[in-house]
Design a protein. Structure first.
Length: 185
């Protein structure tokens, strides 16, 4: 039973290539449905893990991996198809690459950092998801996207940049500390 949230996260990971294929195929209605299903499954696995104390170390990696894989893949696909501006997709991917790179570098340097989700990053995730859902939903309905993309890109970009900067500042503070009393530069 403890692995049910992990299985849900794996299923969400498996939805990623299918969702990307649906977007590429211009099956926006189905892409919207799979994206929403992934979002709902994220809430369900989190609820189950907290409610029944089914948290696992594997789940602590799988859940954010599945979330980021879906968001990054959808943003890259929408950017490549010119449905959203390429710069916005690059910004979203770059922020996540910055965070992953910082965590990996700190481990390689034997000074691992555990970055906790920040309020600005939680808000960023909500806005990124809402924007992607709105784009897919309007595309599914055949509605014009220009106004949504023009105005929706602004809060996504601002929050993505702020979130990346906040994580970078936190990481730099952590890396400036000397581990285990080591005072060598």
């Amino acid at each position: 039973m403890r692995n049910i949230p992990n299985l849900i996260s794996v299923m969400r990971l498996l939805l990623v290539p299918f969702t990307v294929w649906l977007v590429i195929s211009e099956a926006y209605g189905w892409a919207f449905v799979t994206f929403m299903a992934a979002g709902i499954s994220d809430g369900v696995d989190g609820y189950l893990a907290r409610r029944f104390d089914w948290r696992t170390k594997l789940g602590s990696y799988l859940d954010p991996l599945a979330d980021k894989a879906l968001l990054v893949s959808v943003y890259v696909t929408l950017g490549l198809l010119k449905i959203i501006p390429a710069w916005l997709a690059i910004l979203v991917v770059s922020r996540d690459a910055l965070i992953v790179g910082a965590v990996l570098l700190s481990r390689l340097m034997d000074h691992p950092v555990r970055l906790k989700p920040l309020l600005v990053s939680k808000l960023n995730t909500v806005v990124q998801i809402a924007f992607a859902v709105s784009v897919l939903g309007l595309a599914a309905l055949g509605k014009p996207l220009a106004a949504l993309v023009d105005y929706g890109s602004i809060p996504v970009a601002l929050l993505t940049a702020l979130s990346g900067a906040a994580y970078l500042a936190s990481w730099l503070r952590h890396m400036a500390e000397q581990p285990d009393g080591d005072t060598t530069p």
